[in-house]
Design a protein around this ligand. Structure first.
Ligand SMILES: Cc1cc2nc3c(=O)[nH]c(=O)nc-3n(C[C@H](O)[C@H](O)[C@H](O)COP(=O)(O)OP(=O)(O)OC[C@H]3O[C@@H](n4cnc5c(N)ncnc54)[C@H](O)[C@@H]3O)c2cc1C
Length: 447
């Protein structure tokens, strides 16, 4: 098995760590992979699309699972797919779309592995209707650090099944998984876009579109303040029936790649302000329908787009605020961001539905805000302020995007932590499973 010493980072490129990376092939038994790292601390890694430090392990082992990407079965009758956990959503889409299916839940990029999607219990633009990825998972096979191979489902090892969803790789190596597929007739999404002039209007529009459309999301002009705070565009959509019975094709196109890290001075408050007000004036879509690819994966068209933020990288911040506090909570977050002087390019708000079953699953019913900040002086303080505000309003931060949370804040946000720790201790009494994130947040129990 190949092993190399590498500097690894999350998609935000902050705080890289030197790790010993193991790259097992598709035929290697998961048990022998774990045996090989039995004397080390280790964590699994997918395509490295989590933004922070959850898929790296400073001075320890990282198991890169991306070569274990076989699609094992599609059951058209039962509408399920089974694959090795290193299969990317892009690999899966290339098989399921021509067969008339789509992912039941998709994050905003297809360059995520099945294992990464389960470990973060990812959500999509349909969370208000369909919940997170775990809701659609039938079963998973977990290789634990203590050498057990467990088939987990709602019926078997149900607590481990749920803890692995959102468990950020800390229950073991997900080897393969089976999930339900969504039947589709065409590769188009009908869209309705409407401009809003403040936060109240944005949230009201999101609530009303959420009850009528499968997909709903908003883009927020993050630099607007005062009476325009929270203005933006709300985008809602549904799968389009196939009137012409055309064959379904999946041929995503790339526009190109950002070849090197751009100078971070390009991202000033002026350029961000110009960009945001231009999008606000012009809108985010044209026409009444778009392709699946345009609707779900617009950023995937530019490979390595994260290099736009420069070598110093960026922080992607995502928090959810429960329904009863959503308006006040989000207004406070946007006010703090607007007055911080720190530029931000992309921000969006989504309505969220039922909570996932995992003790560390992120979403609860309410509204979630996602926003990115180029890494610079002041970002840590701003994020700390935002975290305190989120806690005050009963919310939490998404672990797949976190890079800066403090232990105390994490504990206040995730009240089921001890339940999760007990499961991890049972599966891995020697505490081999560790990531930089789990060390920073003390996600595993301490002696
Ligand atoms: C452009 C972009 C858009 C995004 N949009 C969304 C979105 O809309 N919704 C959303 O929920 N998320 C979103 N994300 C986040 C992303 O979906 C998650 O971070 C996901 O976990 C990344 O998967 P990965 O394969 O890259 O995993 P990595 O980033 O490599 O790892 C993430 C976690 O999964 C664990 N893991 C990976 N593989 C395995 C395995 N085989 N067994 C056990 N644990 C494993 C790792 O240990 C780590 O804790 C987005 C990310 C990007 C870059």
């Amino acid at each position: 098995m190949k092993r190399s010493n590498e500097l690894l980072a999350g998609w935000g490129n902050v705080r890289p760590a030197r790790c010993s990376v193991l790259r097992p092939g598709p035929e290697q038994a998961a048990s022998s992979i774990v045996e090989q790292v039995a004397d080390n601390t280790w964590i699994a890694r997918g395509l490295g699309r989590s933004y922070g430090d959850s898929a790296q392990n400073d001075a320890g082992v990282v198991i890169d699972s991306t070569a274990r990407n076989k699609i094992l079965r599609i059951d058209v009758e039962k509408r399920t797919l089974t694959a090795q956990a290193g299969a990317s959503l892009a690999d899966i889409l290339s098989i399921i779309v021509p067969a008339g299916f789509f992912l039941p839940v998709s994050p905003g990029t297809q360059y995520v592995t099945l294992g990464g999607a389960i470990a973060a219990d990812v959500h999509g633009k349909n969370h208000h209707v369909d919940g997170s990825f775990g809701e659609h998972l039938e079963s998973l096979v977990l290789q634990t650090a203590s050498g057990q191979r467990l088939l987990c489902s709602r019926e078997q090892h149900a607590d481990i099944f749920h803890a692995t969803q959102g468990g950020m790789g800390l229950t073991g190596l997900i080897d393969e998984a089976t999930f339900r597929l969504l039947p589709i007739e065409s590769t188009r999404i009908s869209v309705v876009a409407s401009r809003t002039s403040n936060l109240e209007e944005t949230l009201a529009r999101l609530e009303s579109t959420s009850s009528r459309y499968r997909y709903s999301v908003s883009w927020i002009d993050v630099l607007a303040s005062g009476s325009a705070l929270g203005r933006g565009w709300v985008l809602a959509g549904d799968h389009v029936p196939n009137q012409n019975k055309e064959p379904l094709r999946w041929q995503p196109k790339a526009w190109g790649s950002v070849p090197f890290f751009m100078p971070s001075s390009l991202l000033s408050r002026t350029t961000c302000g110009w960009f945001n007000s231009r999008v606000y004036r012009r809108g985010i879509v044209t026409g009444d329908s778009v392709s699946l690819e345009q609707f779900f994966y617009p950023l995937d068209r530019i490979h390595h787009w994260n290099r736009i933020y420069g070598r110093r990288g960026f922080i992607e911040y995502q928090a959810v605020i429960p329904t009863e506090n959503a308006h006040r909570g989000l207004a406070g977050l946007l006010e703090r961001i607007a007055s911080s002087g720190i530029p931000a390019f992309f921000a969006g708000i989504k309505a969220t539905g039922a909570a996932g079953k995992g003790p560390l699953s992120f979403l609860v019913p309410g509204m979630t805000l996602g926003i990115d900040f180029p890494w610079r002086a002041g970002v840590e303080d701003l994020v700390d302020q935002l975290d305190r505000w989120v806690i005050k309003h009963g919310g939490r931060v998404y672990l797949a995007k976190d890079a800066l949370l403090y232990v105390d804040h994490f504990r206040a946000m995730y009240p089921r932590l001890t339940e999760f720790q007990a499961i991890c201790d049972r599966l891995d009494p020697e505490r081999r499973l560790v990531s930089d994130q789990s060390r920073r947040l003390q996600i595993r129990s301490q002696d």
